[in-house]
Design a protein around this ligand. Structure first.
Ligand SMILES: NC(=O)C1=CN([C@@H]2O[C@H](COP(=O)(O)OP(=O)(O)OC[C@H]3O[C@@H](n4cnc5c(N)ncnc54)[C@H](O)[C@@H]3O)[C@@H](O)[C@H]2O)C=CC1
Ligand SMILES: O=C(O)C(=O)Cc1ccc(O)cc1
Length: 302
């Protein structure tokens, strides 16, 4: 049985358009509606026939929806939910795809009192954005983390889990605060480091921009892919997961200082031991089949 027969997607960028495409493929009988605040995105969504009906007003997209998926930047989720609230039909379930969860869960609960809310984060994406960047297989064999409130309706949680399973994802459930600490170190800090290193390289006086491009070896090239990620989305992630990111950044800075000291004092054994430990982590990720095929996808489409 279909978990939902009518699904509304609000925000038709990379993730929203991927949700729409994946729903079309996995559940072709679902009636899909959509809305985006940007008229150009709505026009593209119509041209690509991403959903059955692209509404010019958010309320019109959700009028008879059973599931509403909010696919807008984290900082906009609360305001979008509040805007939709008067038009939501009885019995609707609202979910989102935001990369940080504690502040989003709180904003959704405040904007939608009495509505079944099941926050989610598909841990799948690319550095691209916009409706043309999405693809139907994005969520396949990727984790989708649900962070429902402790008193959430278990039936609503099970239906949202089944929705993501149908899109190919594997489901995990955890508290929003725990999600935010885990993702701070596995996703948010790496993006911050990439933004920093690419900025540092481009600001150097004695190395020209063209030299940076010409001699960018594998490592730097990988950082530039991540550093090309959407500025609005990542601004919102850092502002909304501030505490966890600052804590992980503090730990990172201390570890970096230790490496700095080892280099300064010629402590080769210290460097060798640290690099050996990190190499083992990469190997265990690859053995579990979780190396980033998606990054390779991004690269092959550059
Ligand atoms: N990009 C990625 O790799 C991943 C992103 N996410 C999360 O997905 C969400 C969406 O990100 P993307 O699809 O990558 O961004 P995107 O920039 O491709 O799409 C976001 C869309 O939301 C629209 N939008 C913004 N404010 C709106 C509003 N008030 N009402 C209606 N539409 C509005 C924008 O016009 C845009 O088309 C974010 O919360 C992000 O944290 C989650 C997993 C991966
Ligand atoms: O492109 C990459 O390497 C990513 O890390 C994509 C990504 C970005 C944000 C998320 O919340 C989840 C996945």
């Amino acid at each position: 049985m279909l978990p939902f027969a009518r699904v509304a997607v609000i925000g038709l960028g990379l993730i929203g358009s991927s949700v729409a495409r994946a729903v079309r493929e996995a559940m072709p009988n679902v009636r899909l509606t959509g809305h985006d605040a940007d008229p150009q995105v709505r026009e593209t969504a119509r041209a690509l026939a991403l959903v059955d009906d692209v509404a010019d007003h958010p309320g019109a997209a959700v009028l008879d929806a059973e599931l509403v998926v909010l696919c807008v930047p984290v900082g906009a989720i609360g305001a979008v939910a509040a805007e939709l609230a008067p038009d939501l039909p009885a019995g609707v379930i609202v979910t989102d795809v935001g990369s940080s969860k504690a502040s989003v869960a709180q904003a959704l609960a405040e904007a939608l009192p009495g509505v079944a809310v099941v926050p989610a984060h598909p841990v799948a994406g690319t550095e691209r954005s916009g409706p043309e960047a999405g693809f139907a297989t994005l969520f396949r064999n990727r984790w989708c983390i649900l962070t429902p409130a402790e008193d959430a309706d278990p039936v609503a949680v099970a239906r949202v889990a089944e929705f993501w399973r149908r899109l190919g994802a594997d489901i995990e459930q955890m508290a929003p605060e725990h999600h935010d600490r885990v993702l701070a170190v596995t996703s948010h800090l790496p993006h911050l480091i990439a933004y920093t290193i690419v900025g540092t390289a481009s600001d150097l006086e004695e190395v020209t921009q063209s030299e940076v491009i010409k001699y960018s070896a594998g490592g730097f090239r990988d950082f530039t892919r991540i550093a090309a990620s959407d500025p609005t989305m990542w601004r919102d992630v850092f502002l909304n997961n501030r505490e966890a990111v600052l804590d992980m950044l503090q730990r990172f800075s201390e570890d970096l200082s230790a490496l700095q000291r080892a280099i300064r004092w010629g402590q080769g054994d210290e460097l060798f031991d640290r690099f050996t430990r990190t190499r083992a982590i990469r190997r265990s990720i690859v053995e579990q089949g979780q190396d980033d095929a998606r990054a390779d996808f991004g690269r092959s489409h550059e």
